[in-house]
Unconditional design. Structure first.
Lengths: 253, 248
């Protein structure tokens, strides 16, 4: 540990002691008796948060690559729609997008008999497909802009070298262009991933049961206000810490 | 095709959106949103300026405390922070009012929104301004010091004008975040644009009409602020050599 010496300065030790005292005070004098009863629900909620986050990151990134490519090198009939999509997504609040998809599509679909009788209907009646869709589109909108910069930032000479080797265009993209672009924006992607994590509690407003809505439920069931919220903040900080560490690993490895 | 149009309510949407119908509510919501965004942005800038100075020139303890503030605020979702700050704020005000012998106070929605979002914005503004102040050449500040300028005058005459060009892009981003974050206050029940929209939409069942209209309003705010900030940036960069083309 290189940071240990830095950590052991007098004022920091005092602060850590105060912090430890605060934690002990929280543990002793605040009410935690609700915890055992709601723990299974909270774990389920945590799992929902994590998989919605993971799904929207993967889908969003897969959409962001073509969006970035279209904006960076695409012809006008591809780049203009891509840019419009990114502007609209980045210019409106995510909460509005989520509600538009959930309430709008949710009220539109039942009016078509062929959708009601299709095999997808049991899923379309639930809230999570809309949550994943909205979060993925939002991530794609922000990341499309990031990838545009990344694709145009890759050195021209590298692509020309690949071309002169007679590499097919797709191989060139897969082996040289994409890896270099991603490598250049890894720090930005790390920050954006944490922003995406912080966007997940919004899906609680469309009845998806994730960790945030579990805390709201504890609050409305037991009228305990601060304890669930504090615990929730700690959980989010822990996930954000894990994401930061994982990206640092990626960047160096 | 006409069936689809009827389904989306395009024919009736103009009537629904008229000012005498729900359109007035939407515009009132927009006014509330903008009011909160302006207030929160201003409060955030003030906190950010003090925070940046504290982080750069403050003592060890100040610096560590500010580091904790910015890290925690940036790692916890805004929605959770809004709830925590909202309850803390109303508890404190009620305690004070009870101490003074008054009853429970009804919290003004706009003031609460500004307080909550301002504290969140302050953390981001601290980082933006700290970076901008650090980008100002040290020599300029040292020169001002050697002339015997007091600290506040250095800030007003040297540091702030010189850092503006570095800070404007980040501050523009923050303003956009502020306008979009006002939507989160809908969850706590403030009558800003998103909540007004949802109420209008659920009572008329014309979801697409209202959500698209609100999206359009937000987009207009974003695009207009983009134009304004482009001018501000040009103003902040006045006198600096252009990087494009080499000759200015």
């Amino acid at each position: 540990m290189t940071g240990l010496k830095e950590l052991m300065q007098p004022h920091r030790i005092v602060m850590m002691l105060i912090f430890a005292g605060l934690v002990i005070w929280c543990a002793v004098s605040l009410r935690w008796d609700w915890l055992p009863k709601y723990a299974p629900l909270a774990l389920e909620g945590l799992w929902t948060t994590i998989w919605i986050l993971a799904a929207s990151l993967v889908i969003g990134f897969l959409l962001a690559v073509p969006l970035g490519l279209a904006q960076a090198v695409g012809p006008w009939y591809l780049s203009i729609p891509a840019r419009t999509f990114c502007t609209i997504i980045r210019g409106t609040p995510l909460l509005l997008q989520i509600w538009l998809l959930y309430y709008g599509l949710g009220s539109l679909f039942p009016q078509f008999p062929w959708i009601r009788s299709s095999e997808l209907w049991p899923y379309l009646r639930q809230a999570w497909p809309y949550a994943v869709l909205a979060l993925s589109l939002s991530y794609a909108g922000y990341e499309g802009e990031v990838m545009r910069g990344a694709f145009s930032g890759v050195a021209k000479g590298q692509l020309e070298a690949a071309k002169s080797f007679g590499m097919p265009r797709f191989t060139m993209f897969r082996r040289i262009w994409l890896p270099q672009a991603i490598r250049n924006v890894l720090p930005t992607l790390g920050g954006e991933t944490i922003l995406q994590l912080k966007a997940t509690p919004l899906v609680a407003t469309i009845t998806v049961v994730e960790i945030y809505s579990v805390s709201s439920r504890v609050r409305s069931d037991t009228f305990i206000v601060y304890e669930p919220l504090l615990l929730l903040a700690v959980v989010y900080m822990a996930i954000a810490g894990v994401i930061t560490l994982a990206f640092r690993r990626f960047e160096n490895g | 095709m006409t069936g689809l149009f009827e389904l989306l309510g395009l024919g009736a949407s103009a009537e629904l959106l008229s000012l005498s119908g729900w359109g007035g509510n939407l515009l009132r919501g927009l006014a509330n949103s903008l009011q909160i965004a302006f207030g929160a942005y201003g409060l955030g800038l003030v906190i950010g300026l003090f925070g940046a100075y504290g982080k750069l020139y403050g003592g060890k303890v100040t610096r560590d405390l500010l580091a904790i503030y910015t890290t925690v605020i940036r790692a916890v979702p805004e929605l959770v922070l809004i709830l925590i700050l909202y309850y803390v704020g109303s508890d404190i005000i009620n305690k004070i009012s009870e101490g003074l012998g008054g009853g429970r106070v009804e919290i003004n929605g706009v003031a609460a929104g500004i307080w909550v979002l301002g504290v969140v914005q302050g953390a981001y503004a601290t980082e933006v301004l700290r970076g901008a102040i650090k980008a100002v050449p040290v020599g300029q500040i040292e020169a001002a010091k050697s002339y015997g300028m007091p600290a506040f005058m250095i800030m007003r005459r040297v540091t702030i004008p010189a850092m503006m060009s570095f800070a404007v892009p980040g501050l523009a981003n923050l303003w956009l975040i502020a306008t979009k974050d006002t939507a989160l206050l809908a969850v706590v029940g403030f009558n800003e644009l998103t909540l007004e929209t949802r109420q209008a939409a659920s009572s008329t069942r014309a979801y697409f009409t209202f959500f698209l209209a609100a999206g359009f309003l937000y987009l207009m705010v974003t695009l207009c602020s983009g134009a304004v900030f482009a001018r501000v940036e040009k103003w902040a960069r006045r006198g600096q050599p252009s990087l494009k083309g080499g000759t200015s």
